[in-house]
Design a protein. Sequence first.
Length: 162
Amino acid sequence: MKIATVALSLSAENDCRNISMADAEGLGGLMHVSYLGTIDFAGETAEQSIDETKGMLTGKYGDFLDFASFLIEKDGEIQSASIITLYHGKPLLADILTKPDAQGKGLAGRLIQRSIDALAAAGYRELYLVVTEGNPAEALYLKLGFGKLGPATPRQPPPAPC
């Protein structure tokens, strides 16, 4: 899926900040609880989720774009996160994570829009993502304006963007 990056100039919010390498373990824990019981869960352990997150932040899916990657915290605990990488030269929403008890509150949509705003300000014109068919998050992506490009393969690296 892809979307044009058109900035909406959302106001900065106190609970939203850029992601750094120091967040890797917290993000890995968030990934683990976010994926449990979903269509994309393949039995990964918490440690494997932490390793996957560290991989995203260190180049597994292209350069990590910290200026366009955000998280929301509440009481010192990460509630939701948007991780952006530069995959084959194009921005990729490598992951969007939200704690199960924080879902349905607009956090993921808000973070994706913040990422789009940051990418647009940096001169990027599109953002790509890969979503497994049947994932309920697909409805959010369509609502935000992402357009379908073709089928995704579960647990496989994304195809090179168009």
